[in-house]
Design a protein around this ligand. Structure first.
Ligand SMILES: Nc1ncnc2c1ncn2[C@@H]1O[C@H](COP(=O)(O)OP(=O)(O)OP(=O)(O)O)[C@@H](O)[C@H]1O
Ligand SMILES: [Mg+2]
Length: 365
């Protein structure tokens, strides 16, 4: 039956403008296996393949819906996501879905349906998590709930036997990325247009020079209860979906290609800083939200000096890991963005430079 359906599917043309990263044959085989029950084994079916936004890390992420020929609407159970990942991130990402599959409470990840390894990377077939709203983050309660879910995640991953991402030498990569970010800032600020960023150059030089020691302080002498362990490594609003099921909201974390050993404060700061770029209310309630995470980890919710230092060091590390470089490049015209995208990128770059400024101040105190 699966073979027969695979042949039918193979004859269909997929819609949508998905680039060549997908292995169409494997997709068809998976679809045939995955949908035999859901479609009642009926004959002619087709695939609607729509690219999903994102794609900085993954070569291709697509939403696939399987429809019976002639049916107006596809059934929910016959949709999924296929994500092709080229690099080492593929193995890391697959490992985390497996590690978290048995987690108590609502699942924190989409269900992993299948992994197809090929070349240096793999195709991940994932449950499609339908977003409840396109942008739900105007409600700061949900921003707080994300922090509670991060607390649950960090506590759960700390107990996993073979920690996902443990074999990634992130420290080397971060040092290289920080050096490249400093060069990018120096290049950009040589232009008159970005003269207002110039005071950030000496601050960033100091933070980059101190980076190994800053990392040691963050990882080896953290605030009590915030010892390093596996973290998501890329928490921002594009990687968190709020889904609604049976009247309840469920938060799901996507995009685990940067899972690694790190300080939990790196995830916390990544979330609060990225959300604060777009949600002024979340920025205003920053300290309340930060306390929410501590409370969820059953830690004292005092924002003392050690905690604040760690938080800003973590934030600066995130900025230097690629985020700031990306925003500087877009602000400066990389990939010919429109005026709005350039202005947003300049605003984001300024915000991340403020984080570096704070980390520098904490370090020099
Ligand atoms: N399982 C899923 N269910 C629903 N939507 C998804 C799912 N996986 C991915 N998406 C959507 O596709 C987008 C891109 O996926 P993902 O973040 O995994 O890829 P990426 O290329 O690593 O992204 P980026 O580099 O932009 O962070 C997500 O921001 C999300 O909107
Ligand atoms: Mg993503």
């Amino acid at each position: 039956m699966a073979d027969a359906m695979a042949r039918t599917l193979a004859d269909e043309d997929a819609d949508g403008d998905v680039d060549g990263g997908l292995d169409r044959g494997a997709l068809v085989t998976f679809t045939a296996r995955h949908t035999t029950g859901a479609l009642g084994g009926l004959g002619s079916v087709g695939l609607d393949i729509r690219p999903l936004r994102g794609g900085l890390q993954a070569a291709t992420v697509a939403h696939v819906r399987v429809r019976r020929a002639g049916a107006a609407r596809p059934a929910d159970s016959t949709e999924f996501v296929v994500k092709h990942v080229r690099s080492d991130g593929a193995t890391r990402e697959a490992a985390v879905y497996e590690a978290l599959a048995g987690l108590d409470g609502p699942p924190l990840t989409p269900r992993l349906l299948h992994v197809q390894r090929r070349g240096g990377g793999c195709d991940l077939y994932l449950e499609y998590v339908r977003p409840w709203r396109r942008w739900p983050w105007g409600d700061t309660t949900l921003a707080g709930r994300t922090l509670e879910e991060l607390a649950r995640l960090h506590a759960a991953l700390a107990t996993v036997g073979h920690a996902p991402g443990a074999d990634w030498d992130y420290e080397v990569e971060l040092r290289e990325s920080a050096a490249t970010t400093l060069e990018a800032l120096e290049t950009v600020t040589a232009k008159g247009e970005w003269a207002s960023f110039r005071p950030a150059v000496p601050e960033m030089r100091r933070v980059v020079a101190a980076l190994p020691a800053v990392r040691r302080r963050l990882l080896e002498a953290p605030s009590p209860g915030l010892e390093p362990g596996p973290i998501h490594g890329d928490v921002h609003p594009g990687n968190v979906v709020v889904a609604r099921r049976g009247g309840c909201l469920r938060l799901v974390l996507l995009d685990w290609g940067r899972v690694r050993r790190g300080s939990p404060l790196e995830d916390v700061s990544s979330w609060l800083q990225s959300l604060g770029l777009w949600e002024p209310e979340a920025a205003r309630r920053h300290d309340t939200l930060l306390r929410r995470y501590l409370y969820a980890r059953a830690l004292p919710d005092r924002l003392d000096r050690d905690l604040r230092d760690g938080y800003w060091f973590a934030g600066a590390c995130n900025a230097l890991a690629g985020t700031l470089r990306y925003h500087l490049a877009v602000a400066d015209g990389w990939r010919s963005p429109g005026p709005r995208a350039r202005a947003d990128a300049a605003r984001a770059a300024r915000a991340y430079l403020r984080v570096v400024h704070r980390a520098d101040a904490c370090w020099r105190r």
